[in-house]
Ligand binder design. Structure first.
Ligand SMILES: [Mg+2]
Length: 370
């Protein structure tokens, strides 16, 4: 494959920017967006608020202490989804290869658009100008030979950045780049690599592959490739994306809980919501995924695939199946005395007022109708 040109666009402090765009009175002011139900945790903050040291995940009272004039706005997901959809649609004017990565991030493969728009840089400026004009929102864009590096590049300058990594500058860019900057290397992986004496992407790219595979299994060779800035994963437009869809629901709890029965009660409530949604879409699934997120945004997740029997899903039994999987999941965890579960219980007890988002992801097999 010849050299590709991939762009990664990341909206800056998206929720807060959207709020400022809808309500010009908020412009230039320290704004924080909190959860729509539980309004004590900060989901995101404007750059004006960040200057005071306000950060995502912080409690509202902490933010108020740092900046007494901070303006609190409860999250309004409809606004964000709408704005996101309009922006993602703009991207389609430059290439059909647009992959939505999250509500405020997307990849574009513009390799074959360069003959029309002269350069990727040009496309980036056009896109930035349009987003700025329509919503007064800035974004950071990274341009690079692949997705891994484009994402890295967009992170390098915020807000309103444009960073270009060309095949010639890959090596120099990565040499002293901390490994945690690479998308896919989390805190845990970083710790493991640090213990092996690997701190920068340069270190990782030079590391003996055997050492990495002995430690991490098949991911080992992928890690080495990442350290060298190699990534041949394609930009997958929504139309071609896997037919597999998921149905999920999440909630932020109002207070800490640690009793098993209480946890179960929330889980059942969530599964009921997922079941309801699945029935509405007329879909059935076989994998249930559970995620718990703590106040510090560390996340713990487990999934369970159901037996084929549970797949016999009439609209009604999708709910029953979720419940079945969950009870099995909990029993499984307790029976194994899983570190995770104990760990999570401990942390639930220790945190004073954490956010916990429980989410079920129900991987669906779209049922064919006729
Ligand atoms: Mg962003």
């Amino acid at each position: 494959m010849g050299s590709r040109v991939v762009m990664h666009t990341d909206m800056n402090s998206f929720f807060a920017s959207v709020e400022q765009s809808y309500n010009p009175e908020l412009k230039g002011k320290p704004v924080v967006v909190t959860g729509s139900q539980q309004r004590t945790v900060i989901l995101t903050s404007s750059y004006e608020a960040r200057k005071f040291g306000i950060k995502t995940g912080m409690m509202l009272h902490e933010a108020k202490r740092l900046c007494p004039d901070v303006i609190m706005v409860p999250a309004d997901n409809r606004k964000y989804t709408h704005t996101s959809a309009v922006i993602m649609k703009m991207m389609l004017d430059y290439t059909p290869l647009v992959e939505v990565f999250s509500i405020d991030e997307a990849f574009m493969d513009v390799t074959h658009s360069l003959s029309i728009f002269t350069s990727a840089e040009n496309i980036a400026y056009l896109l930035k100008a349009r987003i700025k004009h329509q919503f007064d929102i800035t974004c950071s864009i990274g341009i690079a030979p692949n997705k891994l590096l484009a994402k890295l590049a967009s992170e390098m300058k915020k807000p309103d950045g444009l960073t270009i990594i060309t095949p010639d500058t890959v090596k120099a860019t990565l040499e002293h780049m901390p490994i945690k900057e690479l998308c896919g290397i989390g805190r845990k992986m970083e710790r493991h690599l640090n213990m092996m004496g690997i701190y920068t992407c340069g270190d990782l790219g030079r590391c003996d592959e055997g050492r990495l595979t002995r430690k991490f299994g098949i991911i080992g060779s992928r890690l080495k490739q990442m350290g060298q800035g190699n990534d041949d994963s394609p930009v997958i437009p929504a139309d071609d994306a896997d037919e597999v869809k998921s149905v999920g629901h999440s909630m932020t709890l109002k207070r800490d809980i640690s009793s098993r029965n209480e946890i179960l009660r929330y889980l059942l409530q969530l599964s009921e919501m997922v079941g309801r949604r699945a029935r509405r879409y007329g879909v059935a699934g076989k994998t249930v995924h559970l995620t718990i997120r703590y106040a510090d945004f560390s996340t713990f997740g487990k999934q369970e695939t159901l037996s084929p029997v549970a797949l016999l899903t009439s609209l009604l039994s999708s709910f029953t199946a979720t419940r079945l999987a969950l009870s099995k999941f909990l029993v499984l965890l307790v029976a194994n005395e899983s570190d995770h579960f104990l760990g999570c219980q401990r942390r639930i007890c220790r945190n004073v007022t954490p956010t916990k988002v429980n989410q079920f992801r129900w991987t669906n097999q779209r049922r064919r109708s006729g």
